[in-house]
Write a protein that binds this ligand. Structure first.
Ligand code: COA
Length: 140
């Protein structure tokens, strides 16, 4: 967990606290950690209720970015959510976060809304993205 928090602190201007991560871990929500050469390199967290899910967090360490890890984490998370019967996945992203928005667009997410001044440090709108999980990829 300290390695996840260390990455979080370097890739986000308004990072989750160690407590945020501990609470997610304790609650049993999908929480993936990616390693490269035995080193924690990225993580992804989601939660789901009934047939909808939300990606809550995604981070890849600076030294490991642009190697496909972010995409692999989201794809793995989507597969896990599909197995749990999820039909639709939502997430929020900073409007200016071009890297993440491009990644999500490549994975089929589309803009469905906006939350004005949702983020702090700096204050910025959130764009709400959604994608459907195709029936054939769901086992449940
Ligand atoms: C967004 C993030 C998770 C991407 O992780 P990554 O491992 O570097 O991403 P990938 O290597 O899997 O890239 C997948 C696609 O995302 C897009 N992308 C990733 N980084 C990008 C960048 N710096 N600029 C533009 N596009 C980028 C590209 O389309 C890329 O595909 P390509 O390499 O074929 O062009 C990473 O940049 C990160 O941790 N950012 C800070 C935290 C964050 O913004 N999290 C998401 C919050 S919603």
């Amino acid at each position: 967990m300290p390695a996840v928090c260390a990455i979080e602190g370097t890739v986000f201007s308004d990072p989750w606290s160690a407590r945020d991560f501990r609470e997610c871990s304790a609650s049993g929500v999908p929480f993936l950690i990616a390693e490269e050469d035995g080193v924690v390199a990225g993580y992804a967290v989601a939660h789901h209720a009934a047939d909808e899910a939300e990606i809550l967090n995604l981070g890849v360490a600076l030294a490991h970015q642009r190697r496909g890890l972010g995409r692999a984490l989201v794809e793995r998370l989507m597969a896990l959510l599909a197995d749990r019967g999820v039909h639709a996945v939502y997430l929020e992203v900073r409007e200016s976060n071009a890297a993440a928005r491009r990644l999500y667009q490549q994975l089929g997410f589309r803009t469905v809304g906006r939350r004005p001044a949702y983020y702090r440090h700096p204050v910025e709108d959130a764009v709400i993205l959604r994608t459907a999980i195709a029936a054939e990829t769901r086992r449940a």
